[in-house]
Design a protein around this ligand. Structure first.
Ligand code: B16
Ligand code: MG
Length: 224
């Protein structure tokens, strides 16, 4: 298999394809308020790319409430958040694709580069359908396909395998630190969307999705 040619680009969903983080925030905020636990947008940054149950633990920790609930009660709290989140994401339309991403996906298709989504969100297929971009991806890898979440490389490796790409010939795009670590650990070239401070470990940093450029990615990654 050729490794000097760019074979696939694997995308995180939340924060890269669309800004679903704001809905996660609203849904967790509703739960935190009900439980009388402090929770704000700054603390919400810690939840990006983190699984649903781990997010709940982080929120409870902020209110010293980890020990207050049984495992069953915690599962019910996570379900409560998810039901509210599912209502919120019905608002998503194709207009909510982040700037430049629809064009970028079309450019990749035209160049014969495979595309996949690596999202730990169990709501990823619904969100992609709302955005009208399901067919823009060759494979969607969700949390159910892997045991270990980001920062383990598993989700990116499974996505590469499904699209028949060598990890060394793949680029991963992420907006969360745990995600960038996962891409690097997978042996892929990491592109980070965010500030240099947040994206310290990314090999290429874009301040926003509008800055995406296949030419820049090819040049920086050395993948033709
Ligand atoms: P769900 P990503 C992640 O999506 C979010 O960043 C994170 O905040 C969320 O807790 C996680 O999905 C699980 O989502 O509750 O919908 O299954 O960034 O991996 O696309
Ligand atoms: Mg993300």
């Amino acid at each position: 298999m050729e490794t000097n040619k760019l074979q696939a680009v694997i995308f995180d969903l939340d924060g890269v394809i669309t800004d679903s983080a704001k809905y996660h925030y609203q849904a967790w905020k509703m739960l935190a308020d009900r439980l009388d636990i402090p929770f704000d947008e700054e603390y919400n940054e810690k939840l990006k790319g983190v699984s649903r149950m781990e997010s709940l633990e982080l929120i409870l920790k902020n209110g010293d409430a980890c020990e207050k609930f049984t495992a069953e009660e915690k599962a019910a709290l996570a379900d409560e958040k998810n039901e509210f989140y599912k209502e919120l994401i019905h608002q998503i339309t194709p207009a909510d694709i982040l700037p430049g991403m629809a064009e970028f996906l079309a450019e990749l298709r035209a160049a014969g580069i495979r595309t996949a989504v690596a999202s730990v969100s169990r709501n990823a297929p619904f969100i992609l359908a709302q955005l009208g971009v399901t067919d823009s991806f060759d494979y969607v890898c969700g949390a159910a396909a892997v045991e270990r979440a980001k920062p383990f490389p598993d989700i990116f490796l499974v996505a590469a395998q499904h699209v028949g790409a060598d990890p060394a010939a793949c680029v991963g795009v992420e907006d969360a630190e745990a995600g960038i670590r996962a891409i690097n650990a997978a042996g892929m070239f990491s592109v980070g969307v965010g500030t240099p401070d947040q994206m310290r470990e990314a090999k290429l940093i874009l301040s926003g999705t509008h800055e995406r450029s296949l030419a820049r990615i090819r040049e920086a990654s050395g993948l033709a």
